[in-house]
Design a protein around this ligand. Structure first.
Ligand code: ADP
Ligand code: MG
Length: 281
């Protein structure tokens, strides 16, 4: 590996994926990407879900709902700049999925499944100097999600803290194993527990089980509690941090998760490997 190149232009590509829908993937993808960007890293969040509506509110009013997106990027020779939407945070850009008619969703998924278009997107993002490329994906590991997995270095999964949450985890490992056999780089970045209610016995038991059964370096220390503020943020299509003038305290959990992500991908600007910081002056 040419160390110099990776140091000069380290793009970390993260695919947020899970077998199940409704487990908090989009919430995690949007808020974590926003937190990474707020910490100063240039971040491009790509919505690959034709049902998705990430960041509609981040766009200026006259462009809302209209405009090209991933769908038009994948079917033509558009430059990244033609499809990327800038947010009001200078380091945070978004590539909306764009209009995909219901009858075209299948073709869209098939077109993207081999990962070639998303790998092209990745190369352009790298050339553009992004530090992170985050794919939000539809549920399951086929179609466009498979394409995103193929184009990614890392997979971040969300585990909803409910009884059957862990059941689909082995499938993810199987998919990653198959990708590796194909010579692709994707490896597990980690699993974040979402919608936890640690005062609820069932939910707490799931969290305990995840911590006990999955290797310690798989489950992120940060867990995302169930909170109605996420419904509100999703309805508006914004990260929770932008829901109010003063970011709600829960937004800081994503700053914490972003720090865990940075450390796991080896993105360090703070000399992390220099040993513990002495408590005493
Ligand atoms: P997915 O992308 O996996 O389908 P979403 O992130 O869209 O999941 O979440 C599904 C629904 O659950 C959305 O309405 C979202 O607002 C809500 N939600 C997500 N995370 C939380 C949470 N921590 N607490 C409460 N509601 C949540
Ligand atoms: Mg989603």
């Amino acid at each position: 590996m040419r160390e110099v190149d990776t140091v000069r232009n380290p793009l970390h590509t993260i695919c947020v994926a899970s077998q199940k829908g409704g487990v908090g993937k989009t919430t995690v993808a949007l808020n974590t990407a926003y937190a990474l960007a707020s910490a100063g890293a240039r971040c491009l969040l790509v919505d690959t879900d034709p049902q998705g509506a990430i960041g509609l509110s981040l766009r200026s009013r006259n462009r809302r709902g209209a405009g090209p997106g991933l769908a038009s990027f994948a079917s033509g020779n558009l430059a990244l700049a033609d499809v990327v939407v800038r947010s009001r945070v200078p380091t945070f850009d978004l590539l909306p999925v764009g209009p995909v008619a219901a009858q075209d969703a299948h073709g869209f998924a098939i077109h993207l499944a081999d990962g070639a278009e998303l790998a092209r997107l990745r190369r352009l993002a790298e050339m553009d100097g992004y530090a992170y490329l985050v794919f939000d994906t539809p549920a399951g590991f086929g179609g466009v999600t498979l394409g995103a997995l193929r184009a990614s270095d890392w997979v971040l999964t969300a585990l909803q803290a409910e009884p059957i949450a862990l059941r689909s985890f082995p499938q993810l490992l199987e998919v990653l194993g198959a990708l590796r056999e194909d010579g692709l780089p994707a490896q597990l970045l980690g699993a974040v527990l979402t919608m936890t209610q640690l005062r609820n016995r069932t939910s707490a038991a799931v969290a305990e089980e995840a911590w006990a059964r999955l290797p310690a370096d798989v489950v992120f220390e940060t867990t995302i509690p169930r909170d109605p503020i996420f419904l509100e943020a999703s309805a508006q299509g914004v990260p929770v941090a932008l829901l109010r003038n003063r970011p709600p305290p829960i937004a800081s959990l994503f700053d914490q998760l972003a720090r865990e992500v940075q450390s796991r991908v080896g993105h360090s600007e703070s000399g992390e490997d220099e040993g513990p910081i002495s408590l005493l002056a």
